[in-house]
Design a protein around this ligand. Structure first.
Ligand code: ADP
Length: 424
């Protein structure tokens, strides 16, 4: 069965967020890292392609997005979804506008919506103005973002700066009047030569209305919130493989390991909790890596002896002062690179030693590990903590892999995450 929904996400964690949302809404979902070269081996309802196109030059973002779109069309997807951040992260040049434009042209669609709302996470849109929590986007701290400062909360204005197409608004009154009213408004806007409509949404029910009203649109552009509505609609129309809430992934039995290269506050507590629980743990010293000492070999030797004792933890996680001290000796980039390279090699060695269930903490660290293990994509499984699912990787040696970005998860995450696999 060909996948119904083809999604393109403009960053890695955003892709995971969307894939997690779709899976929890009952869709079998696969996340691919970059534009793949082959078809997913198992049948899925949705394919999410993770790009890194949020802050690159618009021309490059367009090129990569169109390549991803061509792949999704090749797979036979019927509906397409361009996923961006719920805070509409973009610059005056893009890339939300240019990528939307290019996808509309490629798919030959006259009209689409733009809706980053995610009410569950307190991202709501009223009269086109995006709120983050109780304040307007441009008062939320996002106005100071280093790469994508958001200085205007009016999304009609923000998007209009990025596109030569005409941007309009579908207001909350229309959304609350239901699907019929929404459809009429879309028809009216198109007559008025509006090409892209920002859509108001204040609650999860609004997302359901939007999902149902937009089922006839070939292209949607949105945050991950609207995906809930799309999934509910697809289930109603029986467009899913099985339409159940569980998300079967293959459990791969084998040894368990945690690799932690994140120094975020939440991760520090998680490392401390695993040490306190008496698990086998080993710290990586970046200064020894810098002196080309055989840290990776030593670590793997240690791991070989400890793996049968239960989940092991290998960490470079350190507090702010320790990290600063290392960075002032080695330089920020060099320190990061050394630690990331080491984790890449350690991950490979651990797989050779029989590790098949692995948690990686840290966004950059996860990037280094997935690259080193040559992971092409992941089937999304049960959620461990909000935004962090177990996955089954697509690679020569598949693993159950959980990629945890720095500040996610409770202190016992490394200790209890395994339960989600056992209870599966
Ligand atoms: P997070 O998701 O918490 O930001 P990342 O993995 O994205 O975690 O980033 C952490 C960065 O810090 C990585 O580049 C990692 O290699 C680096 N790092 C980890 N431990 C240390 C350390 N002890 N000293 C210096 N840098 C470190």
């Amino acid at each position: 069965m060909t996948p119904h929904l083809g999604c393109i996400a403009d960053d890695f964690t955003g892709a995971t967020d969307l894939a997690n949302t779709l899976t929890r809404s009952g869709m079998r979902t696969i996340q691919m890292i970059g534009v793949p070269t082959s078809s997913p081996p198992n049948p899925v309802d949705a394919v999410v392609i993770a790009l890194k196109s949020r802050t690159v030059a618009p021309e490059l973002a367009v090129r990569e997005s169109l390549a991803a779109l061509a792949y999704l069309q090749f797979l036979g997807c019927q509906q397409f979804y361009f996923k961006y951040c719920s805070t509409f992260d973009s610059t005056d040049r893009g890339n939300i506008g240019p990528v939307t434009d290019a996808m509309m042209t490629a798919l030959d669609v006259p009209f689409t919506i733009a809706c980053p709302a995610f009410p569950q996470n307190k991202r709501t849109i009223y009269k086109g103005y995006l709120f983050a929590g109780d304040v307007l986007l441009n008062e939320s701290g996002m106005q100071n973002h280093p790469l994508t400062p958001m200085r205007d909360a009016n999304l009609v204005r923000v998007l209009q700066l990025q596109t030569s197409r005409t941007v309009g608004l579908i207001s909350i009154e229309v959304v609350r009047n239901g699907v019929e009213a929404f459809l009429q408004e879309m028809a009216r806007l198109q007559k008025e030569k509006v090409d892209i409509a920002i859509v108001d949404a204040l609650s999860s029910d609004d997302l359901i209305t939007i999902g149902a009203a937009c089922s006839g649109l070939k292209l949607l552009t949105a945050g991950s919130g609207v995906a809930q509505g799309v999934a509910v609609d697809l289930r109603k129309r029986n467009q899913m493989i099985q339409g159940s809430d569980n998300s079967p992934i293959t459990i791969i039995e084998g040894a368990r390991a945690v690799l932690s290269g994140s120094c975020s506050t939440a991760t520090q507590a998680q490392v401390a909790a695993m040490i306190a629980a008496g698990a086998p743990t080993l710290a990586i010293d970046p200064l020894r890596l810098a002196q080309a000492e055989p840290v990776v070999q030593e670590t793997l030797q240690w791991a070989a002896e400890q793996l049968n004792l239960g989940p092991i933890l290998i960490y470079a996680t350190a507090d702010r002062d320790a990290v600063r001290s290392v960075q002032s000796t080695l330089g920020v980039d060099e320190a990061s690179k050394l630690v990331e390279d080491a984790f890449g090699k350690i991950a490979l060695g651990l797989v050779e030693l029989g590790v098949r269930q692995m948690i990686v903490a840290g966004g950059e660290t996860s990037g280094a590990v997935t690259q080193s293990l040559q992971i092409e994509g992941m089937y999304i499984g049960p959620q461990i903590a909000p935004g962090v699912p177990w996955t089954t990787s697509i690679a020569q040696t598949p693993l159950n892999l959980a990629l945890k970005s720095g500040n996610f998860g409770s202190p016992d995450f490394f200790l209890t995450a395994w339960d989600a696999l056992s209870h599966h």
